[in-house]
Design a protein around this ligand. Structure first.
Ligand code: SF4
Ligand code: SF4
Length: 446
């Protein structure tokens, strides 16, 4: 009777905990979504088959991560471990809500496989996380540094790693206590727990109720950590745990380096070439759009999605020729700045509309012209990014704003622009004089 009341009390507390977790999580996600509506449209989402293959290759297969084979291997183990362990977490939620134990045992042999791999992966992930922590704290890896990597970025990474480690330790503790509990009570062990069985003797000295309490403590510690972790993620670089898979699915499929034409400019050029060309005329009251990107309301939704997905791993900056030769540009910073700027301006836009002005902008208050013009558009950053973020699209759109709205460009480029305007060529002489250099040559010019 008392045991039944205890189970029911646990169910009620658990249901309330889930409600709070979901409530906070929904609030955070809706807040982020509300900022998306200020961004611009981007490429249409087609080619689902191709997108699926990219996602399987880059996100599930972790192929880009393996370009740094040793540390990439450990990262891939953590990712695959999460994919397996999540089934155990689902089982815990069902157990907690319905007051049962190991509910997925109905799956029979499959349950054994899921539990065994989750149990082993808990140890593998814990070891990998310890390796990551040692690298971060003691090895001073170059790509973890940079002007954009403030104290908060490092704290953020360390907190997330600590939480993952605690998650794995509590999972191992829970499995070990469960194995010992079933052995002490003479009950069947549902599932296979290779690591749990090895650790179970640690609880052998406890009475039956002692093991039961230990199991309950680990169970609650693990599930509460999951709930807290899920709500901390959207505020940290570890949001990529949720977003990296969809972001790879939403990859820009055009070849790297292919520029997207601006519709307004395309129309003007086509009209110059063919005055009879017809186009859909924009409505008279349509707002005049800005050329390029000055602030967060000018970026595409994909740019913003990229910024939320960025893991701050620094792989992009470590291959950037501008960054590695000491220029101010760091492609990682561009996306960290976009995320920070949206966080700053988003609430104001939600309250006062898209025209909200706080006399700041992404350009200059966050990203300088010097950074933008340092980019060689080589696309090494986009090629290397393990979650398929495309940096040059944003950098080029910010340059477009500078050139087309402010006529601001480095002197060398300005000279070239006026030469093109005056001479129809980037050089400082008329196109009619282009072949003067051939005059004294003994060759036939066609
Ligand atoms: S495209 Fe620009 S930002 Fe990216 S690696 Fe090349 S120079 Fe750096
Ligand atoms: S943009 Fe990509 S490569 Fe660069 S730090 Fe972010 S996740 Fe890493």
């Amino acid at each position: 009777m008392f045991a039944n009341q205890l189970i029911m009390a646990k169910q009620i507390v658990f249901a309330l905990t889930i409600l709070i977790t979901l409530g906070v999580f929904t609030f955070t996600i809706l807040r982020l979504i509300s900022w998306f509506r200020f961004t611009k449209a981007n490429f249409p989402i087609r080619d689902f088959g191709k997108r699926f293959m990219v996602m399987m290759d880059v996100a599930i297969g972790q192929t880009k991560i393996f370009r740094r084979p040793v540390i990439g291997f450990f990262h891939a183990l953590v990712f695959w471990g999460f994919c397996v362990i999540i089934f155990g977490s689902i089982e815990m939620i069902i157990d907690g809500l319905f007051g049962v134990e190991r509910s997925l045992k109905v799956l029979g042999g499959l349950h054994n496989v899921i539990m065994a791999s989750g149990d082993v992966f808990a140890l593998v992930v814990a070891v990998s996380i310890i390796i990551f922590m040692v690298r971060r704290l003691f090895m001073h890896i170059g790509r973890f540094e940079g002007i954009e990597m403030k104290k908060k970025s490092h704290q953020d990474a360390n907190i997330a790693l600590t939480m993952i480690l605690l998650l794995m330790l509590t999972l191992m503790g829970m499995n070990a206590a469960y194995v010992q509990l079933q052995l002490s009570a003479g009950e069947t062990i549902h599932g296979i727990y290779p690591v749990g069985s090895l650790l179970a003797p640690l609880f052998a000295g406890l009475s039956l109720s002692g093991v039961h309490i230990a199991h309950e403590i680990f169970w609650w510690a693990h599930i509460l950590l999951i709930f807290i972790f899920a709500n901390v993620l959207p505020y940290s670089k570890h949001f990529h745990v949720f977003l990296s898979v969809p972001n790879t699915f939403l990859t820009r499929l055009e070849p790297l380096g292919k520029l997207t034409n601006m519709d307004d400019i395309t129309r003007e050029v086509k009209l110059m070439l063919d005055p009879n060309a017809t186009f859909e005329t924009p409505a008279a009251d349509a707002p005049i759009s800005r050329f390029g990107v000055k602030d967060v309301e000018d970026v595409s939704w994909k740019n913003y999605f990229d910024s939320l997905t960025c893991t701050e791993c620094g792989r992009c900056s470590s291959v950037c020729p501008a960054n590695t030769t000491g220029k101010l540009l760091s492609p990682r910073k561009i996306f960290m700045d976009l995320r920070a700027r949206m966080k700053e301006k988003g609430p104001g836009m939600v309250k006062l509309g898209k025209d909200f002005n706080d006399n700041k902008s992404l350009l200059r208050d966050y990203i300088s012209e010097e950074e933008l013009w340092a980019c060689t558009t080589c696309n090494a950053c986009a090629q290397e990014c393990p979650v398929n973020i495309n940096h040059p699209t944003l950098i080029l759109d910010m340059r477009r704003y500078l050139v087309m709205e402010e006529s601001s460009a480095p002197t060398g480029l300005k000279t070239m622009f006026s030469n093109i305007e005056n001479n129809g060529a980037p050089w400082q002489y008329s196109s009619e004089d282009r072949l003067l250099w051939t005059e004294n040559l003994e060759m036939k010019v066609y």
